[in-house]
Write a protein that binds this ligand. Structure first.
Ligand code: FAD
Length: 380
């Protein structure tokens, strides 16, 4: 018989901050658990990725990358540096041609053009950005014309795209590539940013391990149409990047799942309360048959849980040089658009989906600050 664990229904939390109070570990019971721990970076066990590449997943990854990037610029500007070493330090390699890798390449290009070119004019001509992708093209989830548009925009921006190219190893000062003709090439570089995909966190694998028969998908947690974790008694829900569904691992999916689950849990709370009421009514010595019947009818309704339905609002990506691309579902077809107007739309869509007026104001102010005063590269 299929396991219906976990039996204890508790979650243990640990305070992992540097400064801890007297209590740093606690266990609390739950009736329903929503599991939404996201994912972590997939390195495919390629040698040197963890040691030498920067990631682009968490906030601290971005901060580390920015520090490393500025170190490369400053070391290249160090008096007496050979031209060869300057070129190595200023070669930035981005691995992964999905939206993250493409947006990052575009942003690096903007950073160089809009800020660094005026600070380090003598270095600007040596800066190179290379985007490496194992598949035949970048942005596989976008339509063909947007892929072509991105590739031509990158060409104009002098961002090299290497498709059908696999990273075999990352060393301290170079990246080893397997080219489309299977030859192995070692390319000197100053910075490698790894944006090649996600994998499950250990805490997710551990949870899945408790339901080995129902949780066999290596991509993530299998859920039913109401986002309940398969194999459980229905008390554990899973949403977002830690799940394996037919949807892409995006914030658009995760936020719709979150909103759906909030409504569903409201319904479940009402259902559970009514269930107790019905039990009490039925057990009462002087049963109020009318009230019991009405409550049972309402309970039947509440027991019908509407399945989650994802509504795809479109895919957007920034590609640098004040240009963005967008794929929108339109009736039974698709509207593909790219350029400066799409970039303005991208920004307004981004702002409108941010949570709270405070966040919107902060982000909009940040964009204005960058536009008028350049990027903030202070280190502390
Ligand atoms: C650089 C980048 C750009 C992106 N751009 C877009 C975009 O433009 N549009 C889009 O739709 N999507 C985008 N995505 C994808 C999007 O960020 C994710 O799909 C989305 O954040 C998934 O939401 P989530 O809630 O599942 O996970 P997360 O947002 O990753 O949240 C999981 C949270 O759980 C916490 N956590 C993990 N383990 C534990 C634990 N053991 N205990 C307690 N807490 C834990 C984590 O710290 C994290 O805060 C981007 C992703 C990246 C990396």
């Amino acid at each position: 018989m299929q396991s219906k664990l976990p039996v204890k229904k508790t979650v243990t939390f640990a305070d992992t901050s540097e400064i801890q109070g007297a209590v740093s570990n606690t266990t609390i019971p739950y009736d329903y658990l929503v599991f939404a721990v996201g994912a972590e970076v997939q390195t495919f066990n390629i040698p040197g990725v963890r040691e030498h590449a920067c990631f682009m997943k968490e906030l601290e990854d971005a901060e580390k990358m920015q520090r490393h990037f500025m170190d490369c610029m400053e070391s290249a500007a160090f008096p007496g540096q050979s031209t060869e070493e300057v070129k190595r330090l200023l070669h930035m390699v981005v691995v992964g041609g999905g939206p993250t890798g493409v947006e990052l390449s575009g942003e690096l290009h903007d950073f160089l053009e809009e800020d660094l070119r005026s600070w380090y004019p003598e270095l600007a001509e040596h800066v190179r950005i290379t985007l490496v992708e194992a598949l035949p093209n970048v942005l596989p989830s976008f339509s063909k014309q947007l892929i072509d548009y991105t590739e031509s925009t990158f060409k104009e921006a002098k961002i090299d795209i290497l498709t059908k190219t696999m990273v075999k190893e990352i060393k301290e000062k170079s990246v080893v590539l397997q080219m489309p003709d299977k030859s192995i090439v070692e390319v000197p570089c100053g910075l490698v940013v790894w944006a090649a995909g996600n994998t499950l966190r250990k805490v997710t694998r551990d949870l899945m391990g408790q339901f080995p028969k129902a949780q066999e998908n290596r991509r993530g947690i299998t859920v039913d149409e109401c986002l309940r974790m398969a194999g459980t008694d229905g008390s554990i829900f899973a949403v977002g990047d830690c799940t394996a569904t037919s949807y892409a691992p995006t914030a658009q999916v995760a936020s719709q799942e979150g909103a759906y689950l909030a409504r569903l849990l409201g319904q479940i709370a009402k259902r559970d309360e009514l269930e107790q009421r019905v039990e009490a009514l039925a057990a009462a010595p002087d049963v109020d048959k009318q009230e019991l019947e009405q409550s049972q009818k309402r309970l039947t309704k509440l027991n019908k849980l509407r399945p989650f339905k994802y509504s795809h609002q479109g895919s957007l990506a920034y590609i640098g040089s004040d240009k963005a691309i967008a794929d929108f579902p339109l009736f039974n077809g698709n509207l593909a658009t790219g350029g400066v107007a799409t970039f303005l739309f991208w920004r307004s869509a981004y702002l409108s989906t941010l949570f709270s007026m405070r966040n919107r104001t902060l982000v909009a102010t940040d964009w204005l600050k960058v536009k008028f005063f350049g990027r903030d590269v202070s280190r502390e």
